[in-house]
Ligand binder design. Sequence first.
Ligand SMILES: [Zn+2]
Length: 218
Amino acid sequence: MLAAERDAVADACRRLRREGLVVGTAGNVSVRVGDLVVISPSGVDYDELTGADVGVHALDGTAVEATLAPSSELPLHLAVYADTEHRAIVHTHAPHSTALSTLVDEVPPGHYYTAMFGGPVRVAPYATYGSEQLARHVRAALEGRTAALLSNHGAVLVGAALPALLDRTAYLEYICQVQLLAGAYPAPQRLLDEAEIATVARLLAGYGQTPTRPRDQG
Ligand SMILES: [Zn+2]
């Protein structure tokens, strides 16, 4: 059942590990296909993860075909899928995203890449991992955005499909790293305003509609 999607989720987990966006078995990845959610399992070393280890669950969390327990953040994934059009979710414990999540309530728009996420990325208030409360906080922080930081925890990104979402995961980590570097310097930071973020969002959307063009976005 959904073998291609299960392989894609396993591949995505291994890529997060390779790129240093998760440590150990932390972080998780899912895709939605119709009324089913394909999500990485809990506690399996990503280096050894295969599509067969990835489970399929209903939108209420019931296991449909799963040999292992699902990620402990299944409630978070279900909360996003319950009332949005998103079809893929990536959750990381990337170090710069996590560090910045302990310092601010919103990622300041210091870089134009902010436009990739629908505007300044919010930080969801802390709640214990795997809890319904964390799921509610994250769902609220994602309103009108395609990414959120989880205070004292990590980051989550949502979108239409996994490959593009994994690319954006690295960009989010980059802008968080930039903010941390800028924040270490004792001078007021120049930030971009809402109008400029909207202008860049239109430009990026234009690039996306031209698949033959390299995705270099300046
Ligand atoms: Zn986590």
